[in-house]
Design a protein around this ligand. Sequence first.
Ligand SMILES: [Cu+2]
Length: 216
Amino acid sequence: MGKRISCLAGLMLCLVCGPASATTFTAQVTDQDGKPVVNAVVTLVAEGRNPPALSPRLEAEKVIDQREETFIPLVTVVPRGGRVVFANNDTTKHHVYSFSPIKQFEITLPQGVKSPAFVFDKAGIATLGCNIHDHMIAYVYVSESPWTAMTGRDGKLSIADVPPGTYEAELWHPQMPPGAPPPNEPVTVSGNSVTYVAKVKLLSPPPLMHSHSAHY
Ligand SMILES: [Cu+2]
């Protein structure tokens, strides 16, 4: 694993600043082959600021669907204190669980049933599974910072109206090598727009994760 970690392509930082005050932060994430990376989460951590626990900038309640023995979406971003509802729209029963340090729960969801909302009150990442279908996997990214977004299929994301200042950009993706988060990158936010370009080494997805590709 050590060698693999050292092979990380590394992060490239490129800042392009424009001339005005309300700043739109955009990021572009590619993998080691130069392909756009979907489902990468970028968080801007502001030095010396304490964003509210329940940020109005991130939607506080999200639904994770289950269809064809797949959690949809693969990655869900909520603010700290945010809620997640599980909706079983499948033709089978599911038993959703998390043993992650930030949140432990389990719930049996018969076909057609929606769960109560689960509150995620600690920042971090919870990995979800299903006790009945071992191949089912999803992630809840609980963000402390209101300046958090996830890349689309084009590997891009955008965060509007970021206050000027100095931040650290944290990057996360489910296929990053475990235990080897890339170092945070300093980002200076000023002007009209700032573009953050990151290149990251990803492991191959588990074979069944490919089923997610049909849903994005
Ligand atoms: Cu299941």
